[in-house]
Design a protein around this ligand. Sequence first.
Ligand code: NAD
Ligand code: TYD
Length: 353
Amino acid sequence: MILVTGGAGFIGANFVLGWLSSSEAEGVINLDKLTYAGNLANLQSLKVDPRHMLVHGDIGDKGLVSNLLSKYRPRAIVNFAAESHVDRSIHGPAEFIQTNIIGTFNLLECAREYWASLRDSEKEEFRFHHVSTDEVYGSLAPSDPAFKESNPYEPNSPYSASKAASDHLVRAWFHTYGFPVVTTNCSNNYGPYHFPEKLIPLVILNALNGKPLPIYGDGQQIRDWLFVGDHCSAIREVLAKGRLGETYNIGGWNEKANLEVVNAICAILDELKPRADGKSYADQITFVKDRPGHDRRYAIDASKIEEELGWRPAETFDTGIRKTVQWYLDNPDWVQGVVTGSYRDWLEKQYHN
Ligand code: NAD
Ligand code: TYD
C-alpha cells in the first residue's frame, strides 16, 4: 500500500483517482482531516473500490499516524496535506503553521520511527514524497530566469513561508537521519475538482452565475499554469525514479498573466455556453484591491525532471483550460455541493467590499 495525506483535496484526489485508475496499482490509505478544502465528493467514484480506504484524521496526530503505519505498512508516503490558499493565510496564518509545519514534522517523525523498524529490503524501497510549491522561491522580476532547484528560498506569504519551513524539515531529515525523501516544488495547478476559492474555478463559476470576475490589482501578475493530471504524472515518475534527497521542480511551461487567463476562460465560455444577452463574459471582469505582498511572477524551469526522468507535461494551457471549463460545465452536482458548503462564508469574508 501507499499512504496519501490530503487525498480528499484538489491535487490529492486527482492523484488518488489517477493512481487507482491502473488495475495493477497498490491500494491507498488516504489520511485527510476533511477541512473546508477536503471534499468526499471528489472520491465518489471510489466508494465501492476496496483498494481505497479513507481515514478521517490529522497528520499532526501522532497516535493515529503511528498506528496507521504499523498496521498497514505502506511502502511510501505522499504528503499533500496542507493549508493551501494564500489569501486565507493572510487572514489567519495559525492553521498554516499548525498543519504545514507542525503536521509535517509529526508525519516525518512517525514515518522515521516506522522506517527504522523495517527490514533492510523494505527500508531500501521506502519513500517519503513531500509535495511543495514554487512559491517558496519568492517573486521573479519580468526578465529573471525561471526558478531552478538551486534558487534560494525567499517566501513572501504566511502560506509560502510555512511550506518553505516544511521543505527544510524534509531536507534535514534526509541529511541528518538518512531518511529517504524526495521533494517536488510545482507551479499553480488547475483542473477538475479545484475548490472555487482559487482563481480559475472561481472565475468559471462566477462567470456562469452572472457575478463579477475579481482581478487583484492590475491583473498582470504571472503564474506558470500546470494541468493537475500532468502534476500527478510527474509525482508518479519522481516517486518511482527520483533520486533520494533531491528536489524536482514541476511546471507547465505556461507563463500567463492573470488577466490573460481570465480572458481565455471567458472566450471558451462565450463559445460553449454563450450569455443569454449575447455579450461576452469578459464584461463581468472587475478590478479589485490587490492582495498584500502579492508576488508578481512565478515561473518554473522544469528541465531537471525532464533531463533526469524524461517527464514533460502533456497539456498546453489551451488544451488544459478547455478541458477544465468543460469539466465544470459537465459536473453541476459537484459544483452545487461545493457552493452550498462553507465556501460561501469564505466568499463573504474575502469579497465583502
Ligand atoms: P487543497 O487545499 O485543495 O487540499 C488540501 C487537503 O489536505 C484537503 O483535503 C484537506 O482536508 C487536507 N488537510 C488539511 N489539513 C490537514 C491535516 N492537518 N491533516 C490531514 N489532512 C489535512 O490543496 P491542494 O491544492 O490539493 O494542494 C495539495 C498540496 O500541493 C499542498 O501541499 C499544496 O501546498 C501543494 N501545492 C498546491 C498547488 C496548487 O496550485 N493547488 C501548487 C503547488 C503546490
Ligand atoms: P490563486 O489561485 O489564489 O493562487 P496563488 O495565489 O497560489 O498563485 O491566485 C492566482 C493568481 O490570481 C494570483 O496572482 C492572485 C490572483 N487572483 C485574482 O486576481 N483574483 C482572485 O479572486 C483570486 C482568488 C486570485
